[in-house]
Design a protein around this ligand. Structure first.
Ligand SMILES: *Cc1c(COP(=O)(O)O)cnc(C)c1O
Length: 401
């Protein structure tokens, strides 16, 4: 592939060389190790004097192809594939930080990232401070002399609040802080944090990248010097991505651009429907003009993405009634699937943090998150419509927005 080719072409035409049978579609290399021609080649490969596959915990042709495509997508020098999105977050933190280091993170980070920061890293003397994404003026005062890394997520889950990546890129680069961005919600098709000065981007490939709800995986891509340290940590601690999952994700990338366009079309349609509905207090969708950060969303995201969040006027009770009234949409914790999925964060993913904790990250009791899938938009809207009506009739107190 040359730089002349567009990303859609590169995602289809970047391929590991065939295994000798002239197969058109890349084969699956389910092998834990590779053989050497002779003792000299084994020596040279271990000494990194000669390129070649040695062992699948280090590298594998399917994994290699997948990483090459992800680097093209994010404009990255290199990448490290791992077994899950969380393993990507942990591998970045554990591979780059040590005793006495400090992390500045946005308060709205993903639930398991919060558990790593609060329950796991303190065991090795790594501390953190949370910053509010709506108060960037406070961030400078939260930086400590030992702050080595900044971890953020934009748009955030599930409130879909944004961080200004250009501002944050400058903030971190001026202070010598490594910036890691969780880019799962935006997808690499719509937003590229490295272009704004971030040093590392992480993806849970479980979500839009697989896009069909089949496999768990993760990847880190970014600047060579950080990726080298992370790769060292990953090779020897062993959170390797399986060749099967890499093969599947690489196939999925062939259709990623098409799928993301359709996720966005369907999400825009649903966001507009919800914005016009009487029992909806507000809808949050980055490219809907009612989003408080609409201008920023237009600047840093090509389109609004596949997630829509909205608040039901009937609070917790209507939120649960809405979920119980859905006929087609799935109730599931996943997102970025072909199937549209609804979740009620206050009673599930964010139940344990309490109402005060939820409000600090913009989650209200009546908030529902929808990961808009690829079904026909008429069918998605129809199911939401009937569930809104039935949820209103099920609750004890009638509400008017
Ligand atoms: C799912 C998700 C993760 C974790 O990824 P896994 O593949 O489930 O380990 C991290 N961040 C965000 C925003 C996610 O949606």
């Amino acid at each position: 592939m040359t730089n002349q080719h567009q990303i859609e072409t590169k995602l289809i035409r970047t391929q590991t060389p065939t295994s000798g049978h002239r197969e058109h579609s890349t084969s699956l290399y389910m092998t834990s190790s590779f053989t050497f021609e002779n003792a000299e080649q084994a020596r040279a490969m271990f000494a990194k004097e000669e390129d070649g596959f040695i062992y699948t915990r280090y590298d594998n042709p399917n994994v290699d192809e997948f990483v090459a495509k992800m680097c093209e997508l994010e404009g990255a020098e290199d990448g490290v594939p791992v077994a899950s999105g969380m393993s990507a977050v942990f591998t970045a933190l554990a591979g780059l930080l040590g005793q006495g280091d400090h992390v500045l993170a946005c308060r709205s980070v993903f639930g398991s990232t919060h558990q790593i920061l609060t329950q796991i890293l303190p065991k090795w003397g790594i501390s953190h401070t949370y910053a509010d994404i709506h108060r960037p003026e406070e961030w400078a005062s939260l930086v400590q002399p030992n702050t080595k890394m900044c971890v953020v997520e934009t748009p955030s889950n599930p409130a879909l609040d944004l961080i200004d990546l250009e501002w944050l890129g400058n903030f971190c680069n001026e202070r010598g802080i490594i910036l890691l961005v969780d880019n799962v919600f935006a997808t690499p098709v719509l937003q590229n944090p490295l272009a704004f000065g971030a040093h590392l981007v992480m993806h849970s490939t479980t979500k839009f990248i697989d896009g069909q709800g089949r496999g768990i995986g993760g990847i880190l891509v970014g600047d060579q010097k950080y990726i080298d340290d992370i790769r060292f940590f990953a090779r020897h601690s062993g959170p390797a991505m399986s060749p099967f999952n890499a093969w599947m994700f690489s196939k999925s990338l062939e259709t990623l651009c098409l799928r993301v366009e359709r996720h966005c079309d369907n999400a825009e349609r649903l966001a507009q429907y919800l914005a016009d509905h009487d029992s909806v207090n507000f809808v949050k969708y980055p490219h809907h003009p009612s989003h408080p950060q609409y201008e920023l969303a237009k600047r840093q995201m090509k389109r609004g993405g596949g997630l829509v969040t909205f608040e039901l006027a009937g609070g917790l009770e209507q939120g649960r009634a809405f979920l119980d009234s859905l006929e087609m949409l799935s109730l599931s914790a996943n997102l970025g699937d072909t199937r549209t999925i609804a979740t009620h964060p206050a009673s599930t993913t964010h139940a344990s943090v309490g109402e005060e904790g939820r409000l600090a990250v913009g989650i209200t009791n009546g908030m529902v998150r929808i990961s808009v899938g690829l079904e026909h938009p008429d069918d998605i809207v129809r199911d939401v419509e009937q569930a809104l009506e039935r949820s209103l009739s099920k609750i004890s107190q009638p509400v008017l927005a």
